[in-house]
Design a protein around this ligand. Structure first.
Ligand code: GDP
Ligand code: MG
Length: 316
């Protein structure tokens, strides 16, 4: 087994930007030494609250995340942001105004922002993102905000794996319909109708509340997702959103305690890795194995076992 690099853990625990950045890149690349560092730190984690923010491109997720950072910093929380979005301001893909807005956090040692590539993760995007979240939790961030575009299976998976999932919609055409199609209604713990300064916002809020009310009667004590209106670009409604996120977290803790919240998160991490390993095994069934099966020389289940073993070795 690989050993963590000397001195690195101490730097990570001081929120050293470069140490964090390098470790995250290495985790993304599946580097064994970085995974060893994560393993060594893992037991320290468990106090972060992880909030996923998802929605269509341009719905205002980055603006909202930035405003949430301000709200959470005002409460003294140490905040990390992971943006899985190729056009995110953190990766330099955004317009100048966005980058200037984010720049105000560079001087704050208790805010860390990082973008992640959507492609090129051997074990899959969702698993890599959840391992990055585990690292940020372990080094001591109190809040971890994960921005993902709410399209694409792994992006939705990442959002779902957060403790609290915020789904951002806008009064623009067909946004509600798109959200239903992408399965976003099922994963939302909190709905945000952003750009509430634009026409149609009130109607979308009412439609969503109606849709939630139409769902099967929830079991007693179940969480019913609130529908909030925000104008992220002016910070309006963002403190209320922060309150809703805190209430949802309290609900989770009341239901199962923090260990259970955390177990659900690592369950998602393991499930993401397992799904990716199985997907690789499926994509790579050798003709020779099929020929052997047809010829009666091998069983289908021993072939499956061998394929899974091989996919597992590639992941390990
Ligand atoms: N009118 C209006 N514009 C907003 C609001 N929130 C964000 N925007 C703008 O919408 C655009 C996209 O925002 P961005 O946060 O990058 O969206 P993302 O792609 O979902 O991350 C930017 O020009 C923002 O300034 C809002 O509440 N009202
Ligand atoms: Mg964005």
């Amino acid at each position: 087994m690989s050993e963590p690099e000397p001195g690195l853990v101490e730097r990570l625990l001081r929120f050293d930007d470069r140490a964090l950045g390098r470790s995250i890149s290495a985790i993304e690349a599946g580097d064994p030494q970085a995974l060893a560092t994560l393993r060594g730190l893992r037991a320290r984690g468990g106090s972060a609250r992880v909030v996923g923010v998802t929605g269509t491109p341009g719905s205002g997720k980055s603006t909202l995340v930035d405003a949430l950072v301000a709200v959470m910093r005002a409460q003294g929380a140490r905040v990390a942001v992971v943006a899985i979005d190729p056009s995110s301001p953190y990766s330099g893909g955004a317009i100048l105004g966005d980058r200037i807005r984010m720049a105000r956090w560079y001087a704050d040692p208790h805010v860390f922002v990082r973008s992640m590539a959507t492609r090129g993760h051997l074990g899959g995007l969702a698993a890599a993102a959840l391992q990055v979240v585990a690292l940020l939790d372990a080094v001591g961030f109190d809040r971890i905000l994960v921005e993902t575009v709410g399209v694409g299976q792994s992006e939705v998976e990442v959002a779902r794996a957060a403790d609290t999932t915020v789904v951002v919609l806008t009064p623009g055409q067909g946004d509600g319909v798109q959200a239903v199609k992408a399965g976003l209604l099922e994963i939302a713990d909190v709905f945000v109708v952003n750009k509430a300064d634009q026409p149609g916002a009130e109607r979308l809020v009412n439609d969503l509340r109606g849709a939630i009310g139409l769902a099967e009667a929830p079991p007693a004590g179940a969480w019913i997702p609130p529908v909030l209106a925000t104008v992220a670009s002016r910070g309006e409604g963002v403190a209320v959103l922060g309150g809703a996120i805190a209430r949802h977290h309290a609900h989770l803790v009341a239901r199962g305690g923090m260990p259970e919240v955390r177990r659900e998160r690592v369950r998602a991490e393991v499930r993401a890795l397992l799904t990716e390993a199985a997907r690789r095994a499926l994509a790579d069934i050798p003709d020779a194995a099929l020929d052997a099966l047809v010829a009666g020389e091998r069983d289908a289940d021993t072939i499956v076992a061998a394929l899974l073993r091989r996919a597992g070795e590639a992941t390990a």
